[in-house]
Design a protein around this ligand. Structure first.
Ligand code: SAH
Length: 345
């Protein structure tokens, strides 16, 4: 049997073209696109299509529709965490956060992750596979449908490395930005990367107005090599230089994430080195209190060390914020729910 084509990964223009080749008028492709955007899980549900067309489409195409494997709602702040089951039985997480500027969904880009960061739960079992554009879109669509909260912002900060799945991520951006679809503006979308510099350059060529944030976590190669193996390929200088270039090409400032890890990257020496590295770049630093991961001995910095670190950044005029922790009562940090569910099986 032929493999069925993943219809939700197709752009409206491609769908129209494919329908034209089947001898179907353009409005049929628009009807189907609109059903898909409403979360239809089968052609049977598409009531304004003739039965014969529904049947012929289901012989050619498949429709992805994740199932909710687990759902946790934070009592503290209403953050919702979903564990989705994909059509092949794999699972990924998304988190819906309620900010004053709008509801934001944090989505996964891959099943597992190949990057191997020492503090991250997502990478423990390695990379299983990359998500398709439809599976990226589904996390937004179905989070919105299930929660009833209209989603206005997206961050690609869940499981996986988005720039290790660049082609599918770019296609997803086109889909989610489509006026006939969710119509979410690029300025409402953030991509977080561990700093794959070639792909940061490739992304820059598209001149997309999204926000790029880079997980730096250390100001020097020695420290970064210890916690982020990817640094052996793309050292800190190269990462920062690429971010300067990204800003020059796109006009969009890059921000850096810095998870504060007790005794590893949080000393005054590290703060000084960070200031020297970022000097004059107009960069923003987002300090993240480390979330403890059961499998890892790494601990969050003490409040005193965090305070001292911030003082040094202030002295050097380095713009920074400390990330608010949402959903801390529901394992809402990177890959933790998927990990727990896998190991309980
Ligand atoms: N691979 C991408 C996106 C996924 S991780 C990246 O590296 O940016 C999203 C963010 O969460 C990254 O900044 C990552 O370093 C951070 N993160 C992962 N595990 C964490 C933990 N235990 N505590 C705090 N931040 C963590």
């Amino acid at each position: 049997m032929n493999e069925l084509r993943d219809i939700k990964s197709m752009l409206p223009g491609e769908l129209e073209e494919a329908f034209r080749e089947m001898g179907l008028p353009a409005y049929r492709s628009k009807q189907v696109f609109s059903w898909l955007q409403k979360g239809a899980g089968s052609f049977e549900e598409m009531q304004n299509l003739p039965q014969s067309l529904r049947e012929s489409l289901s012989r050619e195409y498949m429709i992805t529709a994740p199932k909710v494997l687990r759902k946790q709602v934070s009592r503290k702040d209403g953050t919702i965490k979903y564990l989705w089951e994909l059509s092949d039985g794999n699972s990924v997480e998304s988190v819906v956060m309620r900010y004053h500027y709008g509801n934001t969904v944090c989505i996964s880009s891959q099943v597992g992750c190949a990057m191997g960061c020492a503090f991250c739960a997502s990478t423990i079992g390695g990379l299983v596979r990359s998500l398709r554009p439809s599976e990226l879109l589904d996390q937004v669509l179905f989070s919105q449908l299930d929660s009833g909260l209209p989603i206005s912002h997206i961050v690609l900060m869940g499981i996986g490395e988005p720039l290790n799945n660049l082609e599918n991520v770019l296609r997803f951006l086109e889909l989610v930005n489509d006026p006939k679809g969710l119509n979410i503006g690029m300025r409402h979308i953030t991509i977080s990367t561990c700093g794959l510099t070639e792909n940061i350059d490739k992304l820059a060529e598209h001149h997309i107005q999204l926000t790029l944030t880079v997980s730096l976590h250390a100001p020097d190669d020695e420290t970064r090599n210890r916690i982020m193996p990817v640094n052996r390929a793309y050292g800190v200088e190269k990462v920062v230089e690429t971010c300067r270039r990204y800003y020059a090409v796109t006009g969009r400032r890059v921000s850096f994430e810095y998870a504060m890890i007790d005794g590893v990257n949080d000393t005054p020496r590290h703060a000084e080195a960070l200031c020297a590295l970022l000097k004059g770049g107009g960069f923003h630093v987002n300090l993240i209190p480390l979330n403890r991961v059961e499998e890892s001995p790494l601990k969050p910095s003490t409040p005193e060390n965090l305070k001292k670190f911030r003082e040094i950044l202030d002295q050097h005029g380095i713009n920074h914020t400390v990330r608010r922790r949402l959903g801390s009562d529901i394992d809402a940090s990177c890959g933790q729910l998927r990990r727990k569910t896998i190991s309980a099986r």
